[in-house]
Design a protein around this ligand. Sequence first.
Ligand code: NAD
Ligand code: UD1
Length: 344
Amino acid sequence: MKDRILVTGGTGYIGSHTVVELQQAGYEVVIVDNLSNSSADVVDNIEAVSGIRPAFEKLDCLDFAGLDGVFAKYPGIKAIIHFAASKAVGESVQKPLLYYRNNIVSLINLLELMPKYHVQGIVFSSSCTVYGQPDKLPVTEEAPIKKAESPYGNTKQINEEIIRDTVASGAPISAILLRYFNPIGAHPSALLGELPNGVPQNLVPYIVQTAIGIREKLSIFGNDYHTPDGTCIRDYINVVDLAKAHVVAISRILEQKQKEKVEVFNIGTGHGLSVLQLVHAFEKATGVKLNYQMAPRRAGDIEQVWADPTLANQKLGWKAETSIEDTLLSAWKWQLRLREKGIQ
Ligand code: NAD
Ligand code: UD1
């Protein structure tokens, strides 16, 4: 029998790619998503890619009784990947309580239910945002956690602590915290990808919407940073590569290979790219010229951050594989498909 995995937020951007990778690795997936930032037809697209329809429950992770019912309906869930969260940094500043409630209570509900249903472990979506501007680059998992810049970032820090405290209290569960760097790109089939809500806040969605003519011009936020070309540096990680990190994390939990009951891994490429370098890579990969201008710095931006992924490379046996050109091409193909479908 296939091992059954619960994926919260499984119709979302990273979740949907991960569901496909889990299915292709032989797991049976149950998705819980309240569709607050995704739509039900993602389930059809997952099926179109993998050939397998995942079980889907439209449910809010804040609904404790409802979640209890999901564990009862699908007995033997072995592990959870918890993606479900609100993730817009700016919105979290406007609506902190919404973010604290959604991101924190959802996790608490899952942690409370895990022992009752003998769920072995949880993989949690954390973020490199917990490091703030690191003192040393590339940043390792040992780097100090800096005061969060936003309520969103704070929920990631608090959730990491909640998981640690719960495990330390003797709960019969283990956890892997994956700190993602900047996930970008789409599935090479162009059937799955990111669907930004309104005007994109993140760089690659803004680039592809500009390239296709939805936005007039990309503004590059700041060209006076202390970096070689003056623009900010990030570690852009392909979303399918990122999805695969979850599959190896799940097998590490189920095969009880963890060295500690809570492990943390940076999930990045290990290479930093500036905004300008990314724009040029996009132009090279797609042959599309991008309209852009320099603009003032964006409040709250970190100057530069990229991962030291050695721990994930060595312990998880995971490595980012896809080139930046292929990744940007996948984002572009996804945008072209959205236009074909009349979505964006
Ligand atoms: P996403 O918004 O595409 O996916 C999240 C999914 O969770 C959505 O489908 C949404 O409908 C669902 N959801 C939200 N609240 C829910 C609730 N209470 N109950 C049930 N479903 C709920 O976001 P994503 O980019 O796929 O991010 C997934 C996770 O990774 C999030 O936890 C996010 O904070 C984290 N993360 C994302 C990034 C990034 O750049 N995308 C970076 C670091 C960490
Ligand atoms: C943002 C979030 C971070 C979150 C991450 C992944 C902020 C301050 N941080 O990170 O918490 O974990 O997304 O979801 O929002 N840029 C432009 N023009 C644009 C958009 C972006 O120049 O129109 C630049 C930014 O200044 C930055 C880089 O592109 O230097 C990447 O930006 P973005 O994609 O928003 O990601 P982060 O800021 O790294």
